[in-house]
Design a protein around this ligand. Structure first.
Ligand SMILES: [Zn+2]
Length: 207
């Protein structure tokens, strides 16, 4: 739940340092990609190709297009690249299925993982859900690599940034009228709760 300032309930439990990071991140409400010719079209083409490959159950093609989407964004922002891995069936977790996962600072390249199939029935994930999960994890990467926030919190600003990218990939006219909230990598508290050796797993606050 959000308070009067629109802050999620875990905000009050954060340290003063993390509260400041939360507020800085919350104030960034869109991701300003440079006005480079071909960038918006490239994103839309890659998103459509990723959706087709997902429906056709072609993991290597899905991965290539997902990587292209991330490369277009990080390249456009002239920021650190993130490696995309596309995996088969979502792992189960205590709180539900893992949709995506972002890891960094473990001595390896920043890596983003997304899964193609649900754990429940191994159905292929809906393309729109897949793309939103991809962008969600990419936004975690940008919080560290581009905005240099030092932590990546789920807050209203974070979801606005995610939505600003989603609008570039899938024009609003193509979106269904009613859409479920984005599924998450996981439910978590801020990344700061993870020990350094742990992957960064974040959980969705109650919306
Ligand atoms: Zn997240």
């Amino acid at each position: 739940m959000a308070d009067a300032a629109g802050r999620f309930s875990y905000y009050n439990r954060l340290s003063a340092k993390n509260k400041a990071i939360y507020r800085r991140g919350d104030a960034i409400t869109s991701i300003a990609l440079p006005d480079v010719a071909g960038l918006p079209a490239g994103l839309r083409v890659a998103a459509a190709a990723a959706a087709r490959a997902l429906t056709a159950d072609k993991p290597s093609l899905v991965r290539a297009q997902a990587q292209k989407i991330c490369d277009l964004v990080t390249g456009g922002l002239e920021t650190e690249r993130v490696v995309v891995k596309v995996l088969r069936v979502r792992p189960r977790r205590r709180y539900g299925e893992l949709h995506g996962l972002y890891t960094r600072d473990d001595g390896k390249e920043p890596t983003l993982r997304v899964w193609m199939r649900t754990a429940q029935r191994a159905d292929v994930v809906k393309p729109r859900t897949f793309l939103r999960t991809l962008l969600h994890e990419l936004c975690h990467h940008l919080d560290y690599a581009h905005y240099r926030l030092g932590e990546s919190f789920h807050n209203p600003g974070f979801f606005k940034r995610e939505s600003s990218l989603m609008r570039l990939l899938v024009p609003p006219a193509q979106e269904p009228a009613a859409d479920a909230p984005p599924p998450d990598d996981r439910p978590a508290e801020p990344a700061s709760d993870a020990t350094p050796a742990d992957p960064v797993q974040l959980r969705l606050p109650e919306l």
